[in-house]
Design a protein around this ligand. Sequence first.
Ligand SMILES: [Zn+2]
Length: 326
Amino acid sequence: MASIQTVKGTVDSDQLGVILVHEHICLGGGLGRIPEKFETKAMDYQATLTRKAAEVGINTLVDLSPHPEVGKIMQLNEKVPQVNLILSTGAYLESRTPHAVRDLNEDAMIEHMIKDLSAGYDGFEDTGVKAGIIKVTSAGPQLTEWEKKNFRAAARVQQQLKVPIATHACAGAKAQMELLRQAGDNIAATFYSHVEAEFGWEGRSREDEARYLEDVTRAAGYLQFNNLDFEFDTPFEDMLYLINYFEGKGYGDNVFISIDANWTIEEDGRIWHEAEKEHPETGRRTYAYAITHAVPMLMSAGVSLQRISKYLVANPRRLFETFDEH
Ligand SMILES: [Zn+2]
């Protein structure tokens, strides 16, 4: 068992239950601005989504938006205390990173991450709210110098503080893995997100992509899948192929399922989930959708409940317990 940092303080890892490892709390912060006049509406919507998650049996949400609005998230936690909220530090895409973080050199980035993880977020040091995971991002198959710097910082902070790393890996998961391994000696507790996004496969077939990703699982990396009802990026059939491939190769312990639910409010007050304008079906991709839609979809395609529970409970719990197992 391990002690996990959440918004309400530390929680024992056996209390994490059903964990969605790659989600977003959309109350502003680095990922998107909320128009001031709709702040209450945003909070109400966020609280409703979180409450519905609890109602269908989700116990823990990991918010991989690295510059959280901590004060608002504390309010959310008060409204819906039954869900554990784990926050992140680090960086998303360079263009979406606030200047103060974007301009940090490697050593300053390390210091920034260590502070969020061990002393608390700026202005919230005395509340005890700290990050529980590091998020790093690369946009394309080759990492830019700015992205490499963040990955090296993440690897060094993981060595020092023994915390998990989550990456945004629509492309280049293996390149990310290799860079992390060069910079840190233990990258066991690391997962690579969105690896099923076919626009990032550099022309490889799904069979070749499976073999490419197998190098990541062989190095103890976890693969996170979320493109359900994202047929335009990943046909369901292909996602199923990959999940079954890794299970068949003995890497079923390295698979995570999450939703990556995220949304914005526009100036007219309308709420849009990611890709909803072009693909209305994505509007239903809330946290609760993991249980109400994703699980039945996988089960009707032959994935057993036992396997699904491994992807949603045991595997992510093991991620957070990695450094306590010895
Ligand atoms: Zn995300």
